[in-house]
Design a protein around this ligand. Structure first.
Ligand SMILES: [Zn+2]
Ligand SMILES: [Zn+2]
Length: 292
């Protein structure tokens, strides 16, 4: 068996619908070889199989901890920020958990270290400081909390910036919307830039929340859980999980796979992400009926 197929794990005892949901045939491709600036060139990874994921005893939602919270950090109602309603709807459809907003906090309240970035001349906040503060504030019914901000972030003094960062165990993640808008770099906004900003926000949020479910980066197929080293790499990546990562999520979330794809098709369509909506619609039909 090909290693990427073996990574999906044993599906032989699952229902026909679930077997189709985790069948790699037709709708999934191996990842392209990484380019010189891409994630796997910079950070070679061995990947995480379904069995390794289950063996890591990941956090999963339960009767007590079942809400995904978003925590606005600083002002989000600003030019260039993505609309939150469609973003929340896609995250809700992807993970099947209720998504709620927490009252906003300021960077000052958090007390995060900041610096001025050499390349952009703009302020950045140190993401691990934010994550540490957030880890003390997870509500009792919170599966996890995602900080969202228009502040630019950096993960470590050695690094230039980071789009987002999440803990696999502490139930917290943080994501910056700052760099999605071409105007951040002083570039002209192309036609349809708002849809681009929303797609970028969606990609990173779904990716980071995946880490909060204990999923490590995916090397098996083209997948939203694959690492990304730059915006172009994220823009090329799909918004869906591959069969390995979908099986991991099902282990923790026990969703109905066809109903999940239908909910995703509706949310992605409402967000204007029509290619991805069409993909989920086709998947839903195939999972339900076994016909393409
Ligand atoms: Zn990641
Ligand atoms: Zn994957």
């Amino acid at each position: 068996m090909e290693p990427r197929v073996a990574a999906i794990g044993d599906v032989s005892k699952l229902s026909p619908e679930l077997q189709r949901a985790f069948d790699p045939a037709a709708d999934f491709e191996p990842p392209p070889p990484p380019g010189e600036n891409d994630w796997l060139t910079a950070y070679p990874e061995i990947g995480q199989t379904y069995d390794a994921f289950v063996g890591s005893d990941p956090n999963k939602p339960d009767a007590t901890r079942k809400i995904l919270y978003l925590l606005p950090i600083g002002e989000l109602a600003v030019d260039g920020a993505p609309p939150l309603e469609p973003l929340v709807a896609v995250v809700h459809a992807f993970y099947g958990l209720e998504v709620k907003m927490l009252p906003a906090v300021s960077l000052k309240e958090i007390g995060a270290t900041t610096r001025i970035n050499d390349h952009t001349g703009k302020r950045q906040a140190l993401a691990p400081d934010i994550l540490r503060w957030m880890s003390w504030q997870v509500p009792a019914d919170g599966y996890g909390v995602v900080g969202i901000t228009m502040e630019d972030l950096y993960p470590d003094p050695e690094w230039n910036f980071v789009f987002g960062q999440a803990s696999l165990t502490e139930r917290v993640g943080v994501q910056s919307f700052a760099r999605y808008d071409p105007a951040f770099f002083g570039e002209a906004r192309p036609a349809g830039w708002q849809a681009l900003v929303l797609r970028r926000a969606t990609w990173t949020m779904v990716h980071e929340i995946g880490h909060m479910f204990g999923l490590q980066h995916c090397i098996h197929y083209r997948c939203i859980l694959a690492g990304s080293n730059n915006q172009a790499e994220s823009d090329r990546a799909p918004l869906h999980a591959c069969p390995v990562c979908a099986h991991k999520l099902w282990h923790s979330l026990r969703f109905d796979p066809a109903a999940r794809e239908e909910a995703l098709a509706a949310a992605l369509g409402a967000a204007g992400l029509l290619d991805e909506a069409g993909w989920s619609q086709r998947r839903a039909r195939w999972i339900r009926t076994g016909r393409r």
